[in-house]
Design a protein around this ligand. Sequence first.
Ligand code: GNR
Ligand code: NI
Length: 177
Amino acid sequence: MAIFDILIAPDPGLRAVAAPVAGVDDEVRRIVADMFETMYDARGIGLAATQVAIERRIVVIDLQDRDTEDEEHPEPVRDPHIFLNPALTWISDETSTYNEGCLSIPEHYAEVERPARCRVTWRDLDWVEHDEAFDRLMATCIQHEIDHLNGVLFTDHISRLKRDMIMKKLVKARKAS
Ligand code: GNR
Ligand code: NI
């Protein structure tokens, strides 16, 4: 197991369009395991392979809040979801707004309006096909992650003024570090 480095915007790698996974082998299984380790370490609720410089259509999500650890239960409760080649097949007209964050845009958050519900097809590690509708935070998160696979960031969905402000601060923070 290993923790990947996460690309930080405006890294051009975040604009890559990822290629479909052709099948599951040990390499894909290792990437998924390391993506979970990376996501849990960074305390994110989702991670797309694009964010760790792997241009493959692989997403991991775990919406469990990170504060399930306590004295009686030292291990956090996990609810891991794996999506290989996820595709949106339907989006609702109704929208919802979440205050989104992104591990590739650290310490910046913005209200993002997206379709409130969506339908997604994907494959799992046994190469079984799935087709499910999602709402609430899962709908927002899977759309955020599929955006990453297409080189799109949440800042592409907000006003240019807010986007430019965030990007300027990210460039400044990088220069300072
Ligand atoms: O950790 C994350 N939180 C989050 C909050 C609202 C909407 C989407 C997300 S995904 C983000 C992790 C990440 O950057 N995934 O690509
Ligand atoms: Ni993100």
